[in-house]
Design a protein around this ligand. Sequence first.
Ligand code: CU
Length: 243
Amino acid sequence: MKLKYAVIPACVVVALSLPGRLTTGWASPADASTSLKGTVKFEGTAPKLSRIDMSADPLCAKARSTPATTEDIVVGADGGGLANVVVYVSDGLSSHSFPPPQQPATLEQKGCQYRPHVLALQANQKLEVVNSDETTHNIHPTPNNNREWNMSQPHGVPLEQSFAREEIAIPVKCNVHPWMRGYIAVFKHPYFAVTDKNGGFELKDLPAGTYTITAWQEKLGTQIQKVTVAAGESKTLDFAFKQ
Ligand SMILES: [Cu+2]
């Protein structure tokens, strides 16, 4: 009898672990073989960044090696690439459902600004909020479609949250430092990207199909394009915003 009991649990463990592995990262249906890559540009003369005066909190001022500047429109020095634009599939994925990834997304408060300034993650994905500053921050997302929360976070204290529903994008503020402003975009699928400092983005492993792709910028609004990608195809898709 002893031997029988020892064998059965081992089989149960194997049987249970297989479906778990298959469902955690939906990411590889056979047709998820396309890629959309591109650049978001700012047309015209880049607006000047304004300096942020952090003297109200000496711990913030002390934390900066360079003066802080506003981040609502950040244009790369090279070729006018527009940073912090969320590019995502806004239509065409209705037949799929996507569990959130297991690795958390991280929002850091550093030098009394949010890093990244615009964060994108999936609904129900863990969000780790980190305070790397000596000062105490108060992190306060103000959503329309999710639960609002408002929490004080001293240096080094971990904070974990999540957002249950898609929302593009949730403004985030700090009730202690009025200049702090960021955005969190929440998606029900994994096909989103935030442009880098040169305006570049890539949407990987998209199933073949016809999609509406939206680019969202906090101040300049949204732009929409339709695109059809065949299995194995890589396409380029560019956006341009002006003020
Ligand atoms: Cu703060």
